[in-house]
Design a protein around this ligand. Structure first.
Ligand code: IPM
Ligand code: MN
Length: 346
């Protein structure tokens, strides 16, 4: 019999609530012969307050022994901004070399969008996950004075750019429309921008069947709102990817349904799947959070591990559930999870 050995990091705020529903749906969808084993890790604000620790080497070793990681959300107002994010979430992405941060955006039938009409939105952003301005490469001098100077260096390596660009081309080639857009800002960020553009053009020559375009990130925010249907696959750097995927979520059903995968395609380390949303402390513990983004992240997790049929069953269940929401009264976090679990089982 097969097994799925899952590390679970509920994290802070609504993370606990949404992960519980993600696991509920996962258990319901898995075939009988797949044995699900989960191990929970209490990373986040509670651990930080009680031990002063963020992610340790021992934690990384313990996590490494799993097939994949399911994460809820990390971040809490009781801890200064950035400490938990850098100490847990980014540390994990870097330590496990999650260089492909996969963020699909699909506007499902019946789902509200702030955009006019019901545009066809079905694209996936391949956000670089281990470089750019996220490396923590910078510093400050004369701190706290009116002469303070702070730098935040964006690190881009030929190796790092090429591997994520190649991943994006392969994904574009596997999709019906076979389109790939590079989003950057090479009119201003000339060093990093030219590296990205050069690598992109060089790899493009190996994929003559993929239609490519280049777009500055500011222009991309316009097109994401006025012509989202033009996008199929997007590849971009870590920070631009962070920003445009929030925008992408906003136009394609909201942050409540945006899923993501932090993927290490080599399989050397477990990949990690999480909703794009944060810990939402303002609604934590009230059963108000929509677990759909986490459930869709579970689908990405299953697809990554080769359980394609189960991934599709979850996506179809979510699609049906969302399609029937209009006009109905709001359900609690666990009611939505229950409904999805019933659908994937039946
Ligand atoms: C995300 C989040 C993180 C990021 C934060 C919490 C560090 O916004 O996953 O998009 O910037 O990557
Ligand atoms: Mn973000």
């Amino acid at each position: 019999s097969r097994s799925l050995n899952l590390a679970v990091i509920p994290g802070d705020g609504i993370g606990q609530e949404v992960v519980a529903e993600g696991l509920k749906v996962l258990s319901a969808v898995l075939p009988q012969d797949v044995k699900l084993e989960t191990k929970e890790f209490d990373f986040g604000a509670r651990r930080y307050h009680s031990t002063g620790e963020t992610l340790t080497d021992a934690d990384l070793d313990a996590l490494k022994a799993h097939d994949a990681i399911l994460l809820g959300a990390i971040g809490d107002p009781s801890v200064p901004s950035g400490v938990l994010e850098r100490g847990f979430l980014l540390k994990l992405r870097f330590a496990f070399d999650h260089h492909v941060n996969l963020r699909p955006s699909k506007l499902l039938p019946g789902v509200a969008t702030p955009l006019a009409g019901q545009p066809e939105i079905d694209f996936v952003v391949v956000r670089e996950g281990t470089e750019g301005p996220y490396t923590g490469n910078g510093g400050t001098i004369r701190k706290g004075t009116e002469y303070e100077v702070a730098t935040e260096v964006s690190v881009n390596t030929a190796f790092g750019v090429e591997r994520v660009v190649r991943d994006a081309f392969a994904r574009a080639q596997a999709r019906p429309r076979k389109k790939l857009a590079l989003i950057h800002k090479n009119n201003v960020l000339t060093f990093a921008g030219h590296l990205w553009t050069d690598v992109f053009n060089r790899v493009a020559a190996e994929y003559p069947d993929v239609t490519t375009e280049y777009m500055h990130v500011d222009a991309a925010t316009i097109y994401l709102v006025t012509q989202p249907e033009r996008f199929d696959v997007i590849v971009t750097d870590n920070l631009f990817g962070d920003i445009i995927t929030d925008l992408a979520a906003a136009v394609s059903g909201g942050i409540g349904v945006a899923a993501s995968g932090n993927i290490n395609p080599s399989g050397d380390f477990p990949s990690m799947f999480e909703p794009v949303h944060g810990s939402a402390p303002d609604i934590a513990g009230q059963g108000k959070a929509d677990p759909t983004a986490t459930v869709l992240s579970v689908a990405l997790l299953l697809r990554h591990l080769g359980h394609e049929a189960e991934a599709t069953r979850i996506e179809d269940a979510v699609s049906a559930d969302l399609g029937e929401r209009a006009g109905k009264s709001a359900r609690s976090t666990s009611e939505i999870g229950d409904a999805l679990a019933v659908r994937v089982a039946g």
